[in-house]
Design a protein around this ligand. Sequence first.
Ligand code: CA2
Length: 145
Amino acid sequence: MSKTIFLLNGPNLNLLGFREPEIYGYETLADVEKRCLVHAKTLGVTLDFRQSNHEGVLVDWIQEARGKADAIILNAGAYTHTSVAIHDALKAFDGYKMELHISDPKQRETFRHLSYVELASDSLIAGHGTDGYIMAIDDVMKNIA
Ligand code: CA2
């Protein structure tokens, strides 16, 4: 049966490509989404790609994934380092969970070293720029096959 992945993006990721290109690159989130959707199509997987600046909306989407998605790929942005609510929602999701980052937070300021998402995820891709999104889809597909 065909698989479904929710790829969720958190706060400020809608600014991709417009500011701080030295950290996050030049691609916009719309560019990344297009690339991911084309890639997902070649793999025959349904990809639901979303972004929100709101913690509760991300929690709602993680809950929505229960029963709808086989895996969640989550770049929770700064909520990665603050949100017990997102951690708890991920814990309640039975499918495969991957934490995704464009930069490598562990190589940045110390306040980015703690990840509540990591504590509830099966794997992590970080520090590969926006190519990490494609890597994440490939990696998840290997784990939910
Ligand atoms: O590296 C990542 O993917 C992050 O999740 C990005 C978050 C940051 O808080 C995490 O520590 C690591 C920030 C997203 C903000 O993205 C921007 C993009 C362009 C300009 C300004 C912010």
